[in-house]
Design a protein around this ligand. Structure first.
Ligand code: GLU
Length: 284
């Protein structure tokens, strides 16, 4: 029997939700309803430097105001570090990750000086063991990066890797998409100080929560290429993807926290009714 349709809305509590988030949550919620499936809410709070409890509280309040309901208990990523560490351990044991001691700036410089310039994503390699031991002894910070060359060797190339896109990527990509994890380079999966990074946490959670359909904005389309590779390396089930368009404001620009888009709480404070907002966004 096929797994029951399960999707999720996975905001990070690093700001207040705006119309773009409402559109994304409503899209996933409506899809779950249409399929008589499950709608989950997941709090992606692994970034301890940016998360704030008031943003998390506002997520629940704003989504309830919008008329959404979700399954409980809600998964909060910061409470599941063990799950991510278990996945990281496995990748370590299989030689699929390496410690990278380069700073962000050094990585940017390496990319800029690569033969294909900015087109080339970062790919590094582990340090020789004695040099690594020296840095570790000196307490140097490092990140765990996924080694694309090790992953390629393990899978015999990425040719057999693809994912199903039922929505559309930023350039209209739809259907069976060949995965190109090399677009992202050797991504960071964990940091010594912050613990797990986005791609690993999302991939592990989607699998553990039985997510069959990843519904999210097409700004995350490229992430699917990397996440599909992680699924293959960790023997996790493969969800279907439905990336949706990004909502733009009257000026044609997309809604984003950094542009100070009007938040759902501001809308509410000036008397906008949830029904009116849902209708404006194309629901109801
Ligand atoms: N937490 C991510 C964000 O707020 C979304 C992750 C996902 O949907 O895969 O952008």
């Amino acid at each position: 029997m096929a797994a029951r349709f399960t999707t999720r809305f996975a905001p990070s509590p690093t700001g207040f939700l705006h119309r773009g988030h409402a559109f994304s949550a409503l899209t996933a919620h409506a899809a779950a309803r249409a399929a008589d499936g499950r709608f989950l809410l997941r709090i992606e709070d692994i970034d301890a430097t940016r998360r704030r409890p008031e943003f998390e509280a506002a997520i629940f309040e704003d989504l309830a105001w919008l008329g959404l309901d979700w399954e409980t208990p809600v998964r909060r990523q910061s409470e599941h570090m063990d799950d991510y560490m278990a996945a990281l351990d496995r990748l370590q044991a299989e030689g699929l990750v390496y410690r990278c001691f380069r700073t962000r700036r050094e990585v940017a410089e390496a990319i800029a000086s690569a033969p294909h310039g900015a087109m080339e994503a970062f790919a590094g390699a582990p340090l020789p063991p004695d040099e690594e031991a020296e840095r570790l002894a000196a307490g140097a910070p490092f990140a765990w990066r996924l080694s694309l060359s090790a992953a390629r060797a393990r899978l015999g190339g990425f040719g057999g890797l693809s994912f199903v896109e039922e929505g559309a990527g930023p350039d209209g990509e739809h259907g069976l998409i060949p995965a190109r994890p090399e677009l992202g380079g050797d991504v960071v999966l964990a940091r010594k100080d912050v613990g797990v990074a986005y791609h690993l946490a999302v991939t592990v959670d989607d699998a553990l929560q039985g997510v069959t359909h990843v519904i999210r904005g097409c700004d995350l389309f490229e992430a699917a290429h990397v996440q599909r590779l992680l699924q293959a390396l960790l023997d996790l089930p493969e969800p279907v993807y439905r990336h949706h368009r990004l909502l733009t404001g009257p000026d044609g620009k997309r809604f984003a926290k950094r542009d100070r888009a009007e938040t759902l709480r501001e809308l509410r404070a000036r008397g906008v009714q949830p029904r009116a907002l849902r209708r404006e966004l194309g629901f109801d």
